[in-house]
Unconditional design. Structure first.
Length: 158
């Protein structure tokens, strides 16, 4: 008898993120970030969906990181979105513009490379808004997505 679908799905999503949470805890590096949640959700609930294909997941997030890095460093470099930003500040305008450009570039990049994966638009905002905008952090994002894809492949086989 199989488990109730939501029990299996929630356990699957949690298992996908648990190892990355351990990496965060052990290293202090940002291997767990908001857009991995929707990716884990897709893997757990729609594993055979087009957006859940490994090439789309890894490619979409990689496009998102690249687009976010380009937009942030070209438009808003040095600014970081915080709760203490004043209204109508130049830094706020630069960050907002960077986020908009990052999503537009990501959408175009995913369309051109056939790597559409909606959660990658959250990744590009994380980068484009200066939250994880250093090239090293971008590399960590791509590594974390790769680890999530590998875990999905392993869990699917099990």
């Amino acid at each position: 008898m199989s488990a109730v679908p939501w029990v299996r799905q929630s356990g699957h999503a949690g298992a996908l993120l648990a190892a990355l949470g351990g990496v965060v805890w052990l290293t202090g590096l940002p291997f767990l970030f908001p857009s991995l949640g929707p990716t884990a959700y897709l893997f757990a609930t729609q594993p055979s969906a087009r957006q859940s294909a490994a090439r789309r997941v890894l490619g979409g997030h990689a496009v998102g990181v690249l687009a976010g890095l380009v937009a942030y460093h070209a438009i808003a470099g040095g600014a970081v979105i915080t709760a203490s930003m004043g209204p109508a500040s130049m830094a706020g305008l630069r960050l907002a513009t960077s986020g908009v450009v990052a999503v537009a570039l990501t959408t175009a990049g995913m369309a051109l490379t056939d790597t559409g994966h909606a959660p990658a638009c959250a990744t590009t905002l994380i980068v484009g808004l200066g939250i994880l905008a250093a090239p090293r952090q971008g590399a960590i994002i791509v590594l974390a997505v790769g680890a999530l894809v590998a875990q999905q492949a392993l869990l699917t086989r099990l």
